[in-house]
Design a protein around this ligand. Structure first.
Ligand code: ADP
Ligand code: MG
Length: 653
């Protein structure tokens, strides 16, 4: 029998190299594997008629093979199978998959699963998978993968877990489960991984969502219980005059109010645990800087944690500039810092010579010690989990914590999600900001788009071009290791440089470049030596280059809506008119509707609501479904389920 805490190596179909691949996905234990929820399904249970097949969506059609051919283009062999459903015919293309081709026997009937695209007047399907028509066809899981670990391999491991696992109690008390007709946890897992049909899937989803939300609420309750109200951090001098003098602009009322709210806590001797919420570009960094300054001035140390190395570097550069005028020493500590240098920084932190340290989650490493840690700032909190929040807090003597977030969520929801925190809202942009103009176009307009970009470049403004990666994963910059995607960034940059934008300088960044390289490119872009920056989503959060006025997002259909809004937040950060261009050739009606909505709505909050309403479970709408929080399955916008979870958590606690 297996138990949840067992390591993956206990499984039969497991080897060391696979264990490593799983580790890349953050999966170490049986529990992690069960919670590796499929991101979609190949649904063989409900094929549609060929004439009803929607363009550009993954679907299943049922048909009989009536013709087979193959052709070769350089290294690529394309196999084509012609099928009919009795009314219409459809060409099904298979790339380089001889075995598939041979298995599709003449005259036999299959369910074909793939994406239908339109090529001139003809419709073709790009085949992903197929199954012979037979009773008992099911849905097969598709997992977020990493190179070398295909969905079917993961499925094999999950099946083994499901047959060997002991019963799973879960958090929901049995009488309540019966009363509400909730599934037990084990069948819920069995169904989420291998659903027999869509109806059963829905039940399993809500059961697991509930479980995850209860777990989340328990975490919050623990945090709150562990939070002692009275602070040992003693701040006497709350004078910010020198700070305001050094900043170089006048703070908005909302920024000042937020700072005052924090100062009031500090003066009152309470421990600050505050979420600072405000849409992209409202100026959260300077608020954090003010509080960091206060603590350092009073002899304490502060840590600021960013979700990506690039953002950490940016914070470091900005704070180092600002604080050099104020006598506060700052250091950068992230994955890329050389060993010798790191050692020195750690030593100086431990004796209190460094006042403020900036870093990524590397700051959570055990070796980091502080002399007098008084404040922890977490930037762009939605990328960090509750546990990470807690871990850093444990390093000091109950330090103050500030959490900066651009996640647009209603106040009531924020109060539940961040039940352990006070909340400040910055509801005002710095003066003179013009709303970003957005549009959604297909590639027939590409030349026009480039011409427009050129006009902006001629005004000495700068441009981002963002390309999607196919998958996501957890390397230091939160992106997936996807070689095709990376190649695309590099080749796109080269191609544009050598053709249409010859007279301008184009640079590129992606998550796999070395830190020094990345920083150099970002610095060059910041100082306008690079005019167009082609990048992956590494620039998604926090990056602040006010002179950039255009962001062109390629294959916009591949991004989640919250993500698009975050990306758009990279521009409109000065008094210049800025433009966001969403480019997509997707013919899916739903995707078009969603992109058009983002283009028409500047407000992150409206987008989040629309997002919730228009995405169905298990649909492939961008890689990051939950822009708001990193839940595995739960949707934090489901207020009803969230409050049920809260009630149960309170009873269990
Ligand atoms: P975000 O809230 O998205 O983190 P930032 O803190 O990066 O925003 O600020 C966005 C930009 O606006 C930065 O270039 C910052 O220097 C500038 N900024 C912030 N506050 C003000 C202000 N009150 N007046 C003018 N510019 C400001
Ligand atoms: Mg920011």
């Amino acid at each position: 029998m297996l138990v949840l805490s067992d390591e993956l190596s206990k499984l039969k179909n497991m080897c060391e190299s696979k264990v490593k691949l799983y580790a890349k996905l953050g999966i170490y234990t049986i529990n992690d594997l069960l919670w590796h929820i499929p991101r979609g399904y190949m649904d063989f249970t409900s094929p549609v008629k060929i004439k009803d097949a929607k363009i550009d969506e993954l679907i299943a059609v049922r048909g009989k093979v009536i013709d087979k051919q193959w052709s070769q283009k350089r290294n690529l062999i394309i196999y084509t199978v012609l099928i009919t459903d009795g009314e219409d015919e459809l060409q099904v293309k298979i790339f380089n998959a001889k075995q598939m081709f041979h298995a599709l026997a003449f005259g036999a009937e299959f369910i074909f699963w793939g994406k239908i695209t339109r090529v001139f007047d003809a419709q073709i399907m790009q085949l992903r998978s197929f199954a012979r028509v037979a009773p008992g066809l099911t849905m097969r899981p598709i997992y977020g993968m990493t190179a070398g670990l295909a969905s079917w391999m993961i499925a094999v491991n999950v099946r083994e877990v499901l047959t060997r696992i002991t019963d799973l109690p879960g958090f929901v008390p049995p009488e309540m489960a019966i009363e509400r007709g909730l599934l037990e946890l084990k069948p819920a897992f069995a169904t989420i991984h291998f659903p027999a049909n869509r109806e059963l899937l829905a039940d399993a989803r809500s059961r697991l969502m509930l479980e995850e939300l209860i777990d989340f609420n328990l975490g919050i309750l623990k945090l709150r219980a562990g939070r002692c109200r009275e602070s040992l951090v003693c701040v006497q001098d709350c004078d910010l005059t020198a700070f305001y003098g050094a900043v170089g602009f006048k703070l908005t009322l909302a920024q000042e109010r937020t700072i005052e709210e924090v100062v009031l806590n500090i003066k009152g001797g309470q421990i600050v645990s505050r979420l600072v919420q405000g849409d992209v570009g409202c100026g959260k960094t300077v608020v954090a800087a003010a509080i960091i300054y206060l603590l350092c001035k009073n002899g304490y140390q502060a840590a600021i944690m960013a979700p990506t190395e690039m953002l950490a570097a940016q914070h470091y550069n900005n704070l180092a500039g600002l604080f050099s005028r104020l006598g506060v020493t700052v250091a950068l500590l992230s994955g890329g810092v050389a060993v010798g240098q790191k050692k020195k920084i750690l030593e100086r932190l431990a004796v209190g010579e460094i006042h403020c340290v900036v870093g990524t989650s590397a700051l959570l490493a055990e070796a980091v010690e502080f002399a007098r840690l008084g404040l922890v700032v977490t930037d762009e909190q939605h990328k960090f989990g509750v546990n990470q929040r807690k871990k850093l807090g444990e390093k000091g003597m109950e330090p103050h914590t500030l959490i900066m977030s651009a996640t647009p969520i209603p106040r009531t929801l924020a109060m539940m999600l961040y039940g352990d925190l006070d909340i400040s809202v910055i509801n005002e942009l710095p003066p003179g900001r013009l709303p970003v103009k957005s549009c959604f176009v297909d590639s027939s307009r590409r030349q026009q788009v480039y011409a427009f970009i050129k006009k902006e470049l001629n005004k000495k403004h700068q441009v981002y071009i963002v390309c999607p990666l196919v998958e996501e994963d957890g390397d230091s910059d939160g992106e997936l290791v996807d070689d095709d995607g990376l190649k695309k960034v590099v080749s796109q940059a080269e191609q544009l440089q050598s053709s249409i934008f010859k007279e301008f300088k184009i640079g590129f960044v992606h998550g796999r470049m070395r830190r020094t390289e990345k920083n150099k490119v970002m610095q060059d872009f910041k100082e306008n030596r690079i005019h167009i920056l082609v990048s992956t989503t590494v620039i998604e959060v926090g990056i602040d280059i006010p002179n950039a006025t255009v962001i062109l997002i390629e294959n916009a259909e591949r991004f989640g809506l919250a993500q698009l809004h975050q990306l758009r937040g990279r521009i409109g950060r000065s008094n210049l008119q800025s433009y966001c261009i969403l480019l997509s050739d997707s013919r899916s009606e739903l995707i078009q509707k969603r992109l058009a909505f983002v283009a028409a709505h500047p407000n992150g909050f409206e987008i989040a609501e629309f997002d919730l309403k228009t995405r169905g479970p298990g649909e492939f709408l961008g890689t990051r479904q939950h822009g708001a929080m990193r839940f595995k399955i739960a949707d934090p916008y489901d207020l009803e389920l969230l409050s049920l979870a809260r009630n149960i958590a309170q009873k269990c606690f």
